[in-house]
Ligand binder design. Structure first.
Ligand code: AMP
Length: 435
């Protein structure tokens, strides 16, 4: 097993990692970091929870630490694109933690809030820009961002970006990147569309696939409760009132369903908050913060909003509605069992959701334990008594790869060659047919 201590990383970076008790590299990190530091493009198939943020953040910070590029106004040297504001914020936080003993400037831009502060932080000078695609395009068009100096480009959760309809925005952004750059591409799935996008963007990448064949992590205990639509709420009450529920994320299919469920849970005495796309950015952040601080113990979420939530200590994931896409099941349950902890995932399945259940079992190549629930129908009515002993406790209990050939020829691993004063042989990277 590879350990951070034995790696040739920028020393202040190593110090921060030691403080975070990071000792061994996760598989995606072990396969990605050395190649990325050597300047290679990366095609990483990995989902959240595998340590993929550090897999791209550490090579970027190592580069910034060793090279000390100038923090130019509006012209970042590294760009990270993420599909959602939540994920962008989390990535930024990870950079802050890993880079706490270094001097570097990052700017974070996302939509749904006014752009004033974001523009100011860009103007002050940036090494690293973390952005969601829509706001980035707005700022580029207003000339608040210029991507000409980008040396390292990261596209995170590419599959989710395409699901969210960001392909046109991505194409625009990629077209503005310089040909000579390094690209790190991460996606939880590699559909033909994703491969096509990766093909445009990457040159001779190192491919890393850490998505296990059966992606549901062993540590997560997965169960299915056969329920009726009418007794889903009572079934949820039963789960949440259980002894070991410390923090739970409940997934609903719709935004409306999420808000409605929060109201019903609150009436039953649970402290719950919703997070979905109709909420303002502030409301979403507040809900996440309250959940992180355990002021609320139940977070009700839709798939898109929950993607990338990185909160350790989620003991339970409950699929109040079965996910429509089987892949979402894997993402949903991956919110628990993080950072080596154990977790429980319970999926409520009604008779008409059996098809979804079968699709999930096929994807993960495993039969799930099915339990018939016998929660009385009338228990779906709000109880007048607070859950009392049932109440969740507040603690403890719960390049564009331009087809341009000159880029290929010109592209250089950005750091090692400078550090070692040796220009790595890039000729091997140039296809023979290129003149
Ligand atoms: P990610 O997949 O980037 O969302 O990371 C999942 C979780 O694993 C986060 O809580 C990270 O802080 C944690 N993590 C990432 N890499 C390591 C590591 N090498 N050792 C311990 N924890 C890690």
């Amino acid at each position: 097993m590879k350990v951070f201590k034995s790696m040739d990383l920028f020393a202040p970076l190593k110090r921060a990692l030691a403080e975070q008790n990071y000792e061994t590299l996760t598989p995606i990190q072990a396969q990605t970091i050395p190649a990325a530091i050597a300047g290679q493009d990366i095609l990483g198939c990995a989902q959240t929870g595998t340590g993929k943020t550090a897999a791209f953040a550490l090579p970027i910070l190592d580069y910034l630490g060793h090279e000390q590029p100038r923090a130019a106004a509006n012209r970042p040297a590294a760009l990270v694109l993420a599909p959602t504001r939540e994920l962008a914020i989390q990535i930024s936080e990870s950079f802050r933690v890993y880079g706490k003993h270094m001097r570097f400037r990052q700017a974070l831009v996302y939509g749904g809030v006014s752009q004033g502060e974001q523009v100011k932080s860009l103007r002050r000078g940036v090494h690293l820009l973390i952005a969601t695609p829509g706001r980035l395009i707005d700022l580029i068009e207003q000339r608040h961002v210029d991507l000409r100096d980008v040396e390292v480009f990261v596209l995170d959760e590419a599959d989710r970006m395409l699901d969210m309809g960001f392909l046109p925005a991505l194409k625009k952004i990629i077209a503005r990147l310089p040909d000579e750059r390094q690209s790190l591409f991460f996606s939880a799935t590699l559909s033909p569309k994703i491969r096509e996008l990766a093909g445009r963007l990457l040159f001779n990448p190192v491919s890393v696939n850490v998505t296990p064949k059966s992606p549901s992590v062993d540590r997560i205990e997965q169960r299915v409760w056969l329920v009726t639509r009418a007794n889903k709420l009572a079934s949820l009450h039963k789960v949440l009132a259980g002894e070991n529920v410390d923090r739970a994320i409940v997934f609903t299919r719709t935004k409306h369903g999420a808000s409605g469920l929060v109201r019903k849970l609150e009436r039953r005495g649970f402290r719950a908050a919703a997070i979905h796309g109709n909420k303002s950015q502030n409301a979403r952040q507040q809900a996440l913060e309250a959940f992180r601080r355990k002021q609320v113990t139940v977070l009700v979420a839709t798939d898109v909003a929950a993607r990338g939530i990185d909160i350790d200590g989620v003991t339970h994931v409950i699929n109040y509605d079965m996910p429509v896409e089987p892949e979402s099941y894997v993402h949903r349950i991956g919110r628990t069992g993080r950072a080596g902890a154990e977790g429980i995932a319970i999926s409520f399945c009604t008779a008409d959701e059996r098809g979804e259940l079968r699709a999930i079992e096929q994807l993960i190549n495993k039969r799930l334990r099915v339990e018939k629930q016998q929660v009385p129908l009338d228990s779906n009515e709000p109880s007048t008594t607070k859950p009392g002993g049932h109440r969740p406790s507040t603690r403890g209990g719960q390049a564009k790869r331009r087809q341009s050939e000159n880029r290929r020829g010109a592209k250089r691993p950005f750091r090692r060659c400078k550090k070692t004063r040796q220009r790595p042989d890039t000729s091997a990277r140039r296809p023979a047919a290129v003149g």
